[in-house]
Ligand binder design. Sequence first.
Ligand code: NAD
Ligand code: WQD
Length: 338
Amino acid sequence: MTILITGGAGYIGTHTCVELLLAGIHVVVVDNLANASREALSRVESITGKDVDFVYGDVRDKKMLQQVFRDHAVQSVIHFAGHKAVGESTERPLMYYDNNVGGTLSLLEVMMAEGVKNMVFSSSATVYGDPRTVPIREDFPLMPYNPYGKTKRVVEMVLEDVHAADPTWNIALLRYFNPVGAHESGLIGEDPRGIPNNLTPYITQVAVGKLEKLAVFGNDYPTPDGTGVRDYIHVKDLAKGHVKAIEKLQGKPGFFACNLGTGQGYSVLEVLAAFEKACQRPIPYEVKARRPGDIAMCYADTTFARDFLDWEAGFGIEEMAAHAWNWQKQNPGGYGAQ
Ligand code: NAD
Ligand code: WQD
């Protein structure tokens, strides 16, 4: 079985390639390296001892995609490729719609022409917007409020319509909560360009001395300690969720949406404490104003993932912190230092 992984050189993509390869599934990666490095895939090969077919290209290039489908017996697609920075999406919405929505349309057109009808799509908890209650179930209202989140929701709707028009398609929308951590080898991990937007890479860069101190965005939320609460999920667990989804698609389930989270919320200060323990050093921080667009609490109801996908997260916050730190200290300059 060959799976096409778009965006497979990125953070979640590389970890998913590892789990697929270890499950005996062959992968071909298409990535334009807009936010990734070729080195990451060499590391995937080192971890697994298996080859990754890599095609440098953009998913909006239909000719290239068509060739990939013709060169490889692609059975299913996992579609990670896209832009993911919420703040940037508010400044450059067209770039986000073009890449995230346009890229998916291009991919779907080629899949349709080539008769490949199995797709796992990287969606996000951001499609729920600011939920009225937590934990969040898959049937909650979908009200994304930033352009990035809207691109994810638009793609979800496109996929729903593709399935409605031709029910022989099998489509999994996986809604990730907050992916963190790294492979325990320390060979692959998150390598953000510039100053990280997200909490845990910021923390590890403070710990390694690249950044001075963490700004905690608000301590006046209606949460136990006043800081924002999120459902952090180890990227390896998330990757295994994709293997489960791919297996599920073989049984022709039609269309479904599934949360991938742990079901457990941690506050910014709790995450900070876990990282201080993992890094064995204090991590300086300062409480600042709330970040515009942030919500108080977000964590998953994981019932559907457990019952339908037969998947549950295994790692806790300590391992997420330990593995993220292991990656950061082994690769203080990310992949670029190689
Ligand atoms: P990432 O940026 O590390 O990976 C995305 C990959 O896609 C990169 O390797 C990039 O080079 C590639 N890419 C971007 N545009 C492309 C294009 N037009 N053609 C080919 N390749 C292209 O991000 P990630 O964290 O691994 O996220 C993967 C997916 O999961 C994204 O769709 C993201 O929106 C979604 N997601 C991520 C998170 C998160 O917090 N990391 C949460 C929810 C959903
Ligand atoms: C987590 C918590 C911040 C940075 C984002 C996207 C979401 C999804 C995952 C893609 C919040 C606080 C953060 C910092 C802080 N991505 N924080 N200081 O915002 O929950 O989710 O990534 O789909 O769509 O919105 O993640 O890591 O940015 O923030 O205090 O320097 O940490 O306020 O409470 P977020 P995050």
